[in-house]
Write a protein that binds this ligand. Structure first.
Ligand code: HMG
Ligand code: MG
Length: 304
């Protein structure tokens, strides 16, 4: 059964820009985020209150929250790795955060320098303090379809950590394909396992597009009742601690497909596309979005 409406979570300013070689200026990031708000994206991940020694691209998270124009009804979120990050987020006026755990031990250590168990213990304290302060908490679960260090990951392992994240009080668990290795033959087995532990309305999906399968994976997920998908404008993105991870599923491409399926998102494709073309001028390579590439061809060819 295909849903009538889907929520698209825009992660470009965080997952996109954290992995760019060029450090985009705070002013340009603010301009980008304001353009994404104007495109009526319902949720925008603005940045990350992580250690600037680990991810220098995200050092200006507080300045971003101070500088953006918050559109009514839009949720602005940020990654938080620990209590220090939570304190910084609360001081910046953030009302929704995302914690991020891993399905595999090696990636957990590479990304946050902790075992899975230690991270969940630390996140329990983060969630308790955040929820007591009135914040909503999302919970990412990385390497759910494969790990750059450990290879294949058993769906039952993914489901077990997803359920433990769910027990911390997160409103949704984001099953994440960190390195863009998932394909539509695999998506059902992971979702079957996860949905035995969590209801579909507490599960979101986060696909990277390394192997060109991200849109197909969304299509394979819709019959399972999943209605929240992450994407990044222009297809920016990756993870600095996941070798070979390419950009996220491009928001432009996702909205084009959902519009075509008649699934409502409330997002303006023209405005997202404009935001993608804006951020493309601030980085040092062509953006991967296929919609953006088609737009360029159409606008440089008079009779196409
Ligand atoms: P650590 O080195 O083990 O911890 O890092 P530490 O406590 O020793 O901290 C090191 C330094 O950072 C200290 O400073 C701390 O004060 C400081 P020093 O004493 O050396 O001057 N520090 C902080 N500063 C600002 N804000 C903070 C903070 N915490 C510590 N919150 C830590 C542990 C978790 C901090 C580190 O590993 C970290 O920040 N990791 C984040 C890595 C990251 O951002 N990865 C990318 C995001 S995840 C992702 O992309 C996947 C996702 O998209 C889903 C998917 O696709 O799978 C979400
Ligand atoms: Mg990611």
């Amino acid at each position: 059964m295909t849903p009538r409406r889907v929520t698209v979570v825009e992660v470009g300013p965080r997952d996109g820009l954290q992995n760019e070689q060029v450090i985009v200026s705070t002013a340009d990031k603010i301009d980008f985020i304001n353009r994404l708000s104007a495109a009526h994206l319902p949720v925008i991940e603005v940045g990350a209150f992580v250690s600037p020694k680990w991810v220098p691209q995200m050092a200006d998270a507080a300045a971003l929250f101070a500088g953006i124009t918050r559109a009514p009804g839009v949720r602005y979120t940020a990654l938080v790795p620990n209590l220090a990050g939570l304190d910084r987020a609360i001081a910046a006026g953030v009302t929704e955060i995302a914690i991020f755990a891993s399905s595999t031990e090696t990636f957990s250590r590479k990304n946050i320098n902790q075992s899975i168990d230690d991270s969940l213990t630390a996140y329990k304290a983060v969630c308790e303090r955040a929820i007591a302060a009135g914040l909503r908490v999302r919970g990412y679960l990385s390497t759910a379809f494969g790990c750059p260090f450990e290879g294949a990951v058993a769906p039952e392992q993914v489901a077990t950590v997803a359920a433990r994240l769910g027990d911390l009080g997160v409103f949704e668990v984001v099953i994440s394909d960190t390195i863009g290795i998932a394909h539509p033959g695999q998506v059902p087995s992971v979702l079957d396992a996860v949905l035995r532990r969590l209801p579909a309305d507490r599960v979101a999906l986060h696909f990277h597009d390394t192997r060109g399968t991200a849109l197909a994976n969304v299509l394979a997920s819709l019959p399972f009742g999943i209605t929240t998908f992450d994407a990044s404008a222009g297809g920016l993105g990756g993870c600095p601690y996941a070798p070979g991870a390419a950009g996220n599923l491009a928001t432009d491409d996702l909205i084009y497909m959902l519009d075509g399926l008649g699934i409502e998102t409330g997002v303006s494709l023209a405005a997202v596309s404009e935001a993608s073309r804006f951020i493309a001028t601030k980085i040092d390579h062509r953006i991967p979005s296929r919609y953006a590439q088609a737009w360029e061809v159409r606008n440089s060819t008079s009779n196409f």
